[in-house]
Structures are given as C-alpha cells and as structure tokens.
Design a protein around this ligand. Structure first.
Ligand code: MG
Length: 263
C-alpha cells in the first residue's frame, strides 16, 4: 500500500461516519475515492493514442465507414443481409425504402464520430424530408435532421435525444454543408432480474459545439410516447435510420470506452 494511500485512510474513515447521516450519494463518492490514493502513481497510465488532423479516425478506432464500402453494416434486424444503402463518391447514402442499417458488430459504452449532410435538393418540412438518426444500442436516438431554417418540435431537432431533450443550442449548418457529431454514450446497466441499475447517458458535440451535456436518458427514445427502459445486453449494434430521405454520411468511427485499467 502506498504512502499516498495510507494518508487517505483517515479521510475515508471520517467520511464513513458522516455518510451514515448524509446518505447514499456520499457513500458513492467515498467508494469512488477509495479505489485509488490521491495522485497515486500506481494508478494505470492511460494508453497513448496517436492522433491525426481533426476528425480522422484515431489509431485505436473501429472504422465503421471510411468512404470505400459499407462492409461494417448490414440491413438492420437481418442475419447478415447486406445493407441496402449506396456508397457514392465516398459517401454512404440512404437509399429510401431499403430500411435502416446497423453495424455488424455490437457496442456498449463508446465515443462515436460521424458526419452527415442534407443535400440542397431536399424539401424539409419539420420532421419530413430531411430526417435520419443514429441509434445507440439500437434504441437510443440522437436525431439527424436539417434544423437550419426548418422548425419542428425542439425535442426532435438535430442534436436532440429524440422525444427527451432538445439540444442546448442550434448548431446546425445549412443544407449542402457537412455536420459533425462527436458523441460519448454510456449504456444503461441492468441487474439479472431486469431492474435498472443505472441509466444511459449521452454527451453530444455538434460541429464542435456542446449540444447535450451528459444527459441522463429516461429510457429508449420513442415517437409520441414516454420513454422507458427494458433490460437488454450491454452491447448491441448501432443503427442508422432510413426515414425515407436520401441523406449522406461519411467518416464514421467509434472507440469502445474502457478505463485505463481495462474495466
Ligand atoms: Mg430520426
């Protein structure tokens, strides 16, 4: 046990006494702080990751679309059927009517980068004409929609957690320009009996601007219905929505999130 850790113990003991009176929140804090000593040199170093210019995939990313093919994707809900969308000029293009597409691989907690664009020839009418979406774990949607000069209900705007939380600001670029999403998503956890242990959270940057600040999701996103949680595995595919509108995507990559000690 390090000296640093020893020095911590009286604080932790004092905290334990106070906690009985204060409650579970403080217990949680003490538990977290007892894992490592403050400035503990034995705490694992974060892995070094080589980076490149803004927004290209870092060295440890899972590349989901790099402009070449849609091999990382399949028709959503199918057992390996090829995605119906098309790769045109290095972009992954929604082919309306072919259905949603989903990653062949399943993911849990992750950092996702993606870019999307609403072509200028699309006629946006609220939720119609310019709509898609990215669903984490197949059920938690960050809305993709033209929200530049296209008013709609705010919990369905670009950057919203659909049906739950509007974006903090409207950072949507005009039609014909590329938008970027950088999203940190943590999935919910369930006990063996299906009870919710803790909910999902999402932090979203749109074009570099914070639009969701560690929002705690109320459950699976839904249209016109209150959200609720239903127990599911810790890893599930990411899904992109065919809402009938030919939007374009590019440069999609993801980093599964693990702590430096591998947990
Ligand atoms: Mg949508």
């Amino acid at each position: 046990m390090s000296n640093n850790h020893l020095k911590l113990r009286p604080n932790v003991a004092a905290a334990s006494i106070i906690l009985t009176a204060i409650g579970a929140g403080a217990v949680w804090a003490a538990t977290q702080q007892d894992q490592w000593g403050i400035h503990d040199m034995k705490r694992p170093q974060p892995r070094p990751v080589a980076t490149t210019a803004c927004c290209a995939a870092p060295a440890d990313a899972v590349v989901l679309f790099d402009g070449k093919d849609a091999a990382a994707w399949q028709k959503a809900g199918s057992n390996g059927e090829a995605a119906g969308w098309e790769v045109i000029d290095g972009n992954l293009c929604v082919k309306p009517g072919t259905g949603d597409i989903a990653t062949r691989q399943s993911f849990g907690d992750c950092q996702l980068h993606m870019e999307w664009m609403v072509p200028t020839d699309l006629h946006c009418r609220g939720q119609h004409g310019c709509n898609s979406g990215v669903f984490f774990m197949n059920q938690y949607e960050v809305q993709v929609l033209n929200s530049n000069g296209n008013d709609t209900y705010v919990d369905g705007m670009a950057g919203s957690l659909y049906g739950q939380n509007p974006p903090l600001v409207n950072a949507c670029k005009p039609q014909g320009e590329w938008n970027s999403y950088d999203i940190v998503f943590h999935g919910p956890r369930f006990a063996d009996d299906g009870q919710l242990l803790h909910p999902a959270t999402a932090t979203v940057f749109m074009n570099g601007v914070l639009v969701q600040d560690h929002f705690t999701l109320w459950g699976s996103t839904a249209h016109g219905a209150r959200a609720k949680y239903s127990a599911h595995p810790d890893q599930l595919p990411i899904r992109l929505q065919d809402h009938g509108d030919p939007l374009k995507f590019r440069n999609i990559w993801l980093r599964p999130l693990t702590a430096a000690d591998g947990t």
